[in-house]
Design a protein around this ligand. Sequence first.
Ligand SMILES: [Zn+2]
Length: 171
Amino acid sequence: MNDETTRTTTSTSPAISGADEAVNRVLDASRDKIIAVLPEVVDKAAREAFADYTPEAAARIAETMIGILIGTICRDYPGVCTDTEPGHFDHFNHEHSVTNKDGEHILDVGFVQLSDGGPAAIYIGGMHHEDLRPEEVRAKTAELRRLLDQADEMADKVIAMTAVHAGGVQA
Ligand SMILES: [Zn+2]
């Protein structure tokens, strides 16, 4: 679904605080070593912590953590935000849409959380229309239903992440 490249980057994110700087220094020095051991460590931890442990789930968690470490996955909204720029402040996902035959957007759903501190938003929008032959309608409405399911999934994830952020320790 996402066309995320697994690009690695050595550029450091803009410093937010001294603590972040210290973390970044440690990470820069030992990132490769941490990444090398992470799958095994996460697998061991998940095996002990999760009643419904599976090797696949542990591998997915490790993959996400590695993505965050190398900066290809957003650390604030992993799995929702598609900005792969390390240290970014504006979060978004504009990758879900249903288009007509000309490639114009009939319906879009997406996610935005801007660095001005405004609330996270899931948007549903549309711009263009399409005339369909009756036999084409069900395929297109199925596509639209899937798109709206994606909006629900994003909203659920963002609600869960917002609860985590709100309950987390504020520096
Ligand atoms: Zn982000």
